[in-house]
Design a protein around this ligand. Structure first.
Ligand code: GDP
Length: 296
């Protein structure tokens, strides 16, 4: 996965740093390595092609060949293009709406939605000084509702109770009303995920989206999913107007090269990274830093 990518690129980078001059030949060698490393890291082929084409264009241009240290310059180009692939600048949550700012969480079961709601509640409360309400629309797993109640309590936010006999849309609407009358700044709406893409799940979350019209619709995806992350991202993107992605489990060994494709596939910026099971394990996603990490 990405460790592999890091190692391979590190090797290329090391060779290039020693080059006094860049030639068509060593640019091609380097691009071949980059291409193979990305493919082996499970990055989708169209993404790899696009990335390599952009690197080549810049590499043969003045930006690199005309530079005093072409090896370094080429590494810089790879770095910038990797960062651009993940969104370029750091993106944050959009609160530009009449409160409450409604945030809808979408993703497969086990992706880390409920944990991320807890983390976001804590982050919003502590760093953004927001008054936060959470609600669970997962009427299929009573344990999921309880889990949200627990993490919300740990985050010091407020929890809007729901029960499995209610309809998800009714729960969400009631929570929005409650949040309005009690002057909450943000309402985080947790949803049911399935183990795999499923039409009923997509219909349900689409109905939820229509009913509450969230300003943020965050797709939560497990960075360890590999190539499946791309397929999942595509399915959610086709069902919902996603405004951001949360990449979870980036603390794990396998960092999931497919994560690089998620931005490309969804067109939505990566906004947060989950880096642990605890509620403190959330970071704003920095494409530049991530690119540096990948390059090693
Ligand atoms: P949901 O079904 O999408 O709501 O997923 P959960 O929030 O229940 O998370 C599923 C599992 O992943 C739980 O065991 C979480 O503790 C774990 N988890 C969630 N986010 C992270 C993360 O960023 N890092 C790690 N290591 N584990 C996480």
């Amino acid at each position: 996965m990405l460790d592999n990518l890091t190692q391979r690129l590190a090797k290329v980078v090391k060779t290039l740093r020693g080059q006094a001059r860049l030639t068509d030949e060593n640019i091609s060698d380097m691009l071949r390595e980059v291409r193979m490393a990305l493919l082996e890291a499970d990055v989708a082929l169209p993404v790899v092609k696009d990335l390599v084409a952009r690197i080549r264009e810049k590499a043969v241009g003045q930006e690199v060949v005309g530079s005093l240290t072409p090896g370094q310059a080429l590494v810089g180009v790879v770095h910038d293009e990797l960062a651009a692939l993940m969104g370029g600048a750091t993106a944050s949550l959009n609160f530009a709406t009449q409160p409450p700012a409604i945030v809808l969480m979408a993703g497969l079961q086990g992706a880390g939605k409920t944990t991320t709601v807890g983390k976001l509640a804590k982050w919003l409360k502590e760093t953004q000084k927001k008054k936060v309400l959470t609600v669970s629309c997962d009427v299929y797993r009573p344990a999921a509702i309880e889990q949200l109640r627990t993490v919300t309590g740990q985050a010091g936010a407020e929890f809007f109770p729901s029960t499995p006999d209610q309809k998800p849309v009714d729960i969400a609407r009631a929570a929005v009303e409650f949040a309005k009358t009690r002057y909450f700044d943000v309402l985080l709406v947790d949803t049911a995920g399935r183990l795999a893409i499923d039409q009923a799940m997509m219909d349900e979350i689409r109905a939820l989206h229509q009913a509450i019209n969230p300003i943020e619709t965050l797709f939560v995806v497990d960075a360890m999913l590999g190539q499946d992350a791309v397929n999942t991202a595509k399915a959610f993107k086709d069902a919902l107007p996603l405004t951001g992605v949360v990449l979870t489990k980036l603390d794990g060994d396998a960092r999931g090269g497919a994560a690089l494709s998620v931005r490309h596939v969804t067109g939505a910026p990566l906004k947060f990274a989950g880096v642990g099971e605890k509620l403190t394990g959330l970071e704003e996603f920095h494409p530049q830093r991530m690119a540096s990490r990948i390059l090693g």
